[in-house]
Design a protein around this ligand. Structure first.
Ligand code: SAH
Length: 397
């Protein structure tokens, strides 16, 4: 971190996107390096005519530099302190970091918080930190120290979980573990007054999907007296909101038995012994094929069907097929909450896929709400790739 940064010189004309603050430099844009950076090192980016333009983390791959600064500031502990402080201030303005009802939120959302490659979720007194770049991995201890300072006593534990997010090429020890605290950790957090276990050791992502917080709250308002099917339930978030909303019955489905166990545990935490809830470890498509036409509120929140642009076509077919199955079986006057978290699937792509599904299912469908990611997952306006979650709430005649 202290050595003189290497310099990356761009090919002629390749600075346009950087002039517009887009935070990625692709390998094809780089003409040559002065110095020999190692993966994860800080490098400075210069135009062909030797004008400084950005500073960022270097990495082997198609995105070669992730920009941390356009102002030439050193990437040192005070850099992380400033950025984490700003991220926290925003979460206070949103009303999350100071809420008595919710103690789980995203504190750092990569490019959306001008910290490309870094994700930090807060679960009460524990932060779960993920590095998506080698640079952030190398800086993890400095970041952890800054995070403890910024959170000023509100945080006791920092769990580092990057074994699935670091690039294979990085060839570094992808170990997970506590960077701070780690003793007597309580893994129960709260969202809008509802409790849930967070499995940061084995769970997906950082252990819970905090990005559906507001959409779950909306679902709660639609749940009174409804027969609810929560498809792809994972930790059961939508299920326990539906129960608080007064659902008549709630069925949760996920292909993973571990997810079903977590769902049962979380429902039990909020509604012990409540017989309205049942969970099934089954494949979504099979379940939809075999189910009765009894549900009048269905949630479809599948994993990302397309992780890359070349998988887009098949992904859209997948969304259509899935939504068609649900639309064929939903009770008349039913409500469908349907989502896509694939970044490469645009809002229009998704809407078209659902449109196709509705037409094939021969159902008359109205859009009641258009949903998206919450404010603690901000989108850097110069980095539209940061927009990923979209959803529709449909009324089905
Ligand atoms: N709705 C959840 C998040 C869903 S994550 C929430 O609010 O937290 C996607 C889930 O889909 C994962 O738990 C995964 O196990 C499950 N899944 C993946 N493929 C599936 C399939 N074919 N059938 C059923 N569940 C599946």
């Amino acid at each position: 971190m202290n050595k003189q940064p290497a310099k990356a010189y761009l090919r002629k004309g390749k600075e346009d996107s950087l002039n517009r603050y887009h935070p990625w430099v692709f390998s094809g844009a780089i003409h040559h390096f002065e110095g020999e950076p190692e993966e994860g090192d800080v490098v400075e980016v210069y135009t062909g005519d030797n004008r400084y333009i950005a500073t960022g983390h270097y990495q082997i791959g198609s995105i070669m530099v992730r920009v941390l600064s356009f102002e030439g500031e050193p990437i040192d502990p005070s850099y992380y302190l400033r950025h984490l402080n700003e991220a926290l201030k925003i979460r206070e303005r949103i009303g999350l970091a100071n809420s008595t009802e919710t103690n789980s939120f995203r504190l750092v959302h990569g490019e959306g918080d001008n910290l490309p490659g870094l994700v930090i979720d807060i679960y009460d007194k524990t932060a779960v930190m993920q590095a998506h770049s080698v640079g952030m991995h190398k800086d993890r201890n400095i970041i952890a120290e800054a995070l403890l300072k910024v959170m000023n006593g509100r945080l006791q534990h920092i769990y580092y979980k990057s074994e699935t997010t670091l690039p294979y090429k990085a060839n570094i020890l992808e170990e997970s573990g506590f960077l701070a605290g780690g003793k007597d950790v309580c893994n129960i957090a709260m969202e809008n007054g509802l409790q849930f276990h967070v499995d940061w050791l084995k769970g997906q992502k950082t252990g819970f999907f905090v990005d559906q917080r507001e959409n779950r709250k909306l679902l709660e308002q639609y749940s009174k007296g409804m027969k609810v099917l929560n498809m792809f339930c994972y930790t059961g978030g939508f299920s326990f909101y539906a129960m608080r909303g007064g659902a008549e019955l709630v069925h949760s489905v996920d292909s993973s038995q571990k997810a079903i166990d977590l769902t049962n545990a979380n429902v039990g935490l909020n509604f012990p012994g409540d017989s309205r809830h049942q969970a099934f470890a089954e494949d979504a498509f099979k379940f939809l094929d075999n189910m009765q036409e009894q549900y009048n509120l269905i949630i479809l929140d599948p994993p990302a069907f397309a992780k890359h642009k070349n998988a887009l076509h098949n992904a859209l077919k997948g969304y259509s097929r899935l939504n068609q199955k649900a639309l064929e079986k939903i009770a008349p006057g039913g409500i469908l909450f349907t989502f896509s978290c694939s970044q490469v699937v645009t809002k229009d792509n998704f809407r078209n896929a659902v449109f196709t599904a509705a037409a094939y299912a021969h159902r008359k469908v109205r859009i009641l709400h258009q949903l998206h990611q919450p404010a603690d997952h901000p989108i850097n306006i110069y980095h539209p790739e940061g927009e990923y979650l979209k959803g529709l709430v449909l009324y089905v005649e």
